[in-house]
Design a protein around this ligand. Sequence first.
Ligand code: SF4
Length: 462
Amino acid sequence: MTVTNQGFDLDLIRRYDVNGPRYTSYPTANLFTETFPESALREALAAEPPAGGRRPLSLYVHVPFCATICYYCACNKIITANRTHAVEYLERLFREMAMVSELVPAAHDVQQLHFGGGTPTYLNDEQFGAVFAALGRHFNLGDGDARDFSIEIDPRTVDPTRMSYLTGLGINRVSLGIQDFDPDVQRAVNRIQSVEDTRAIIESARANGVKSVSVDLIYGLPLQTPERFANTLATILDLAPDRISLYSYAHLPQRFKTQRQINVLDLPAAETKLRLLEMAIETLSANGYDYIGMDHFARHEDSLVEAQREGGLHRSFQGYTTHSHCDLIGLGVSAISTVGEVYAQNCKSLKDYNARIDAGELAVERGVVTSAEDRLRRDVIGALMCDFHADLAAIGRAHGVDGTDHFAQELERLAAFEADGLVRIDGSVVDVTPRGRFLIRNICMTFDAYLAPATEAFSKAI
Ligand code: SF4
């Protein structure tokens, strides 16, 4: 499904700019509860897959440490120069891997592995070697070409020579934080990162056989102007990544203390921020990138675009993925698992995580067992997010309900979106128009049964 900037409508986007979830899960993570018992995750991990086969796995490993703070950051991280923290953390992480893997009934293939943070490259080569050795002891990492092993790289922490070590371990996808190359913007967010260092990492990754390079950009940062951001976009095009994530900066200093270091007077006005988004969409669309949905762009030939064309794109805590059929096991502090019918999140505080692992328990702190209704709505929201198309009758049938009847109220509410040219409704089939694709989260919110009391927990659509 090729999507261009056709349909980007500033006035419309301004009108629909409300708080809303990103739908990396449904129910969304703010609805996980602390009454969720550790035993629920144990049971889900130990359950035999329905057909008695082997469920492939997706593993997520969280490394919470960063050497310095970026002022815009809303991630779960620990800023420290004391490297012994990482040594102690890995000891617990290995014990967690052992505990979790003992519960899984067969030696499942790991089709996807992702290191996120924090800064995964805070770990040195020797520590990464130990992490892979531990993963290999407890899970079947396999060596097929189809596997996706990815890592988030902070180019400020990686020497280009490290890439050969990481790819030697099996890493074949990298994601680089960039945000903006303008020196003034970088100073305002305390993240100084040169184009040369970034280019060297990308070139080294490609020279070492990495099959996909992804970069993260943020619009709405302090001191960003259309001129400055245009320069950043031109540099990005020159670096030619395979995928680009373009996030909106949400200034929420009450929730994220770090953001209090940003001078609010330096933030671009709402109009400027919209102009930055419009410019990015125009530039990327005109230069070989397709809009996948929800902040993500990929080159025409990328596997995400191919998967979207063939209806095989899915959404997970790492954004868009082609590995829907996998159970996701999150390892490390704050990591989230999706196994069978449950979502489970590990303790967010390192102290609590350590205490649980030391007590020989899974480090689960909160979660939810999805209901049949949750799973039905999750499939509708997933279809809209990934395919821009949902056949409510067909999805309903797969869940044993009459989808048209079940979603009669939602179809009624969508009439307003149809009047604005954001969707087309034909019986029980909802198609998102090119105009509506940039407002996909608003459309999905129509199907979110929990939303009304919780919108304050989310960032705005733009
Ligand atoms: S943005 Fe990344 S590198 Fe910067 S503080 Fe947050 S987690 Fe660390």
